[in-house]
Unconditional design. Structure first.
Lengths: 326, 267
């Protein structure tokens, strides 16, 4: 099986900020790779380099066998891109938008028209086909945008945060659509800030932070990488946090995470049940009143936190703080 | 499709898209139709009642100047629309498609030219109502409108370049207004520029807006023997000088705008 996408040492700088810092990866044909990371991690820059919108400062990349710099025009015939925000024309109808895209892929007038109708039907937009996109709901816009990426039936697809800003129901519906697509054999590079999304759609997940790949594997592999189970403990009084921390530290198999506002401590442990039993015993002896305690498997959030040292589900203030820190 | 037919085909696809857009957003069409009406009425009646030019009615003198002003303003729609598209991310889509890089700009400028044509027609009708007349042969009058449209088209590429360099609608509007006012008013479009103080007069005589205005006046026959044309070369040879200006603008700004477009990633 050959690689549909290859990237070797991609570097992209914007003045002082290094958006991509020597990123390398490959995506085998017919598979789905999710780039997972917070805002500002370099996901969108990666997609822009691979779709020829940006030239890399260093490194090289190919998509469907075409070099992103030297063979850009031919490359563009083999890809479909759906962006972070719906890149369709609001004043045109759904059908007109898709037809226009077909014409710009040079599919010819008749074929473009037929393809537009076909996709509208497939994305359940037939009823809205002749209404301007302006009146579409958020989920419908994402669908028409996604349909736009499929007009030329390209072998390689790029979806940049396809469900950001959608409500949970629309997100689940879009996931189904994307899963069907992928089942058809397309290669897909997906970016997302949502663990769940990567887990749901991707064969492989690559965790990106500050323009570097910091881990890659299947969801299970990544979870295993972070080790066994976790004890999650909540105390009743802030004064008891320190004692609880010290007690838990004796069992820690990795970095301990404390959330002072919710009086919560999470710590990875080896032999979970035994550790939990002992911790509870020790805390009872020390007179610490435990409000809640439990054992759980690592989530991708834990993976993320362990790998990067910061929270994943990129709240804006979080990423802004990091931007400011640069 | 080869390197020559592709920009044309893609430009046509984009022009169709823009024309549909214009039809569906009445505010754009409204401004293209309403502005000229307001301009003609305001200048003809307000300025016309206080300004006098030797040997002819001020309105006859004025209307060609207003034509030029109107195309100058309408051509800014090109730049403004591009900044809006830049913000909406549709450029990312266009740029990821195997289309000609100049296609988007060709389509945009061509559809704006159609809008300019519409507003010229409205303005000509308004001009006729307030007393403007063509005194030359029909073919010369046609050439006059042709010159206006050519200038409008070339100027669209200039505003496209400015827009792609500035990238946001707000900054584009600021710069466009700041640039177009002196361009319009330090010229012979509304006044007999020979009456200006020397430094301003020299600027006005070499201002491309003056050249085009003079060229259009000559082609429509809205000139008077009583009013001497300035000695500056572009005004003495207004029609060829206008064509030269148009050629220079196109030669400089078509490649420049295309280059900026290739780098323009949505914000």
């Amino acid at each position: 099986m050959s690689d549909a996408i290859t990237a070797e040492g991609l570097v992209k700088r914007y003045g002082e900020v290094t958006a991509l810092d020597g990123l390398s990866f490959t995506v085998p044909q017919g598979t789905v790779l999710a780039l997972l990371g917070p805002n500002g991690a370099g996901k969108t820059t990666t997609v822009r380099v691979l779709t020829t919108l940006l030239r890399p400062d260093e490194g090289r990349a190919t998509v469907a066998g075409c070099d992103v710099v030297g063979d850009a025009r031919r490359l563009r015939s083999s890809i479909g891109l759906s962006g972070q925000y719906a890149a369709v024309d609001e004043h045109l109808t759904g059908a007109e938008n898709l037809e226009m895209i077909g014409r710009l892929y040079h599919l010819g007038a008749r074929h473009s028209k037929a393809r537009a109708r076909e996709l509208l039907e497939r994305f359940d937009l037939t009823e809205a086909a002749d209404r301007p996109v302006k009146g579409y709901s958020g989920g419908m816009r994402r669908r028409i945008d996604l349909a736009g990426a499929l007009v030329a039936d390209p072998p390689v697809l790029f979806l940049d945060e396809p469900t950001t800003g959608l409500d949970p129901r629309a997100r689940a519906a879009l996931w189904d659509t994307i899963s069907e697509l992928v089942a058809g054999g397309s290669t897909l590079l997906l970016t997302t800030q949502y663990m769940e999304e990567a887990d749901h759609l991707a064969d492989q997940i690559m965790v990106v932070d500050h323009g570097r790949a910091i881990a890659r594997g299947t969801a299970d592999e990544l979870k295993d990488q972070v080790g066994g189970s976790r004890i999650e403990l909540t105390v009743t009084d802030a004064a008891e946090m320190e004692t609880a921390r010290q007690t838990l530290a004796r069992f820690a198999a990795g970095d301990m995470r404390t959330v002072p506002e919710s009086l919560q401590i999470t710590v990875p442990v080896t032999d979970g049940p035994e550790a939990l039993r002992q911790v509870l015993g020790l805390l009872a002896d020390a007179g610490v009143r435990v409000r809640d305690a439990g054992l759980r498997r690592p989530t991708l959030d834990d993976v993320y936190l362990t790998l990067t040292g910061h929270q994943a589900s990129g709240t804006d203030s979080d990423s802004e703080a990091r931007e400011a820190a640069r | 499709m080869n390197a020559l037919t592709m920009p044309v085909a893609d430009g046509w696809t984009i022009a169709k898209r823009n024309t549909l857009k214009i039809r569906r957003s009445p505010d754009l069409l409204g401004s293209a139709i309403m502005f000229p009406i307001v301009f003609v009425l305001m200048f003809a009646y307000v300025f016309g009642s206080v300004i006098h030019v030797p040997g002819m009615s001020y309105r006859e003198f004025l209307i060609p100047g207003i034509f030029v002003q109107a195309v100058l303003v309408s051509a800014q729609v090109t730049g403004y629309t591009l900044t809006l598209d830049l913000q909406k991310g549709i450029f990312d889509r266009f740029r990821s498609l195997p289309m000609a890089p100049s296609g988007v700009l060709i389509g945009q400028t061509v559809s704006d030219l159609l809008m300019n044509l519409a507003s010229l027609v409205v303005m000509a009708v308004m001009g006729l109502i307030v007393g403007w007349r063509v005194h030359t042969a029909p073919h010369e009058a046609v050439l006059g409108f042709g010159l206006l449209l050519l200038f409008a088209y070339a100027f669209s590429w200039f505003t496209a370049t400015v827009a792609l360099a500035l990238r946001t609608p707000e900054s584009f509007n600021n710069v466009a207004t700041t640039l177009s006012f002196p361009l319009m008013f330090v010229s012979n479009a509304f006044l007999d520029s020979s009456a200006l103080p020397t430094p301003l007069r020299v600027v006005a005589e070499w201002n491309p807006v003056s050249t085009i205005t003079q060229g259009v006046r000559e082609l429509f026959g809205n000139t008077s023997a009583a009013m001497k044309t300035a000695d500056a070369w572009p005004l003495q040879h207004a029609v060829p000088a206008s064509l030269l200006w148009i050629a220079v603008i196109l030669v400089v700004f078509v490649p420049l705008a295309t280059r900026l477009y290739k780098k323009a990633v949505s914000a």
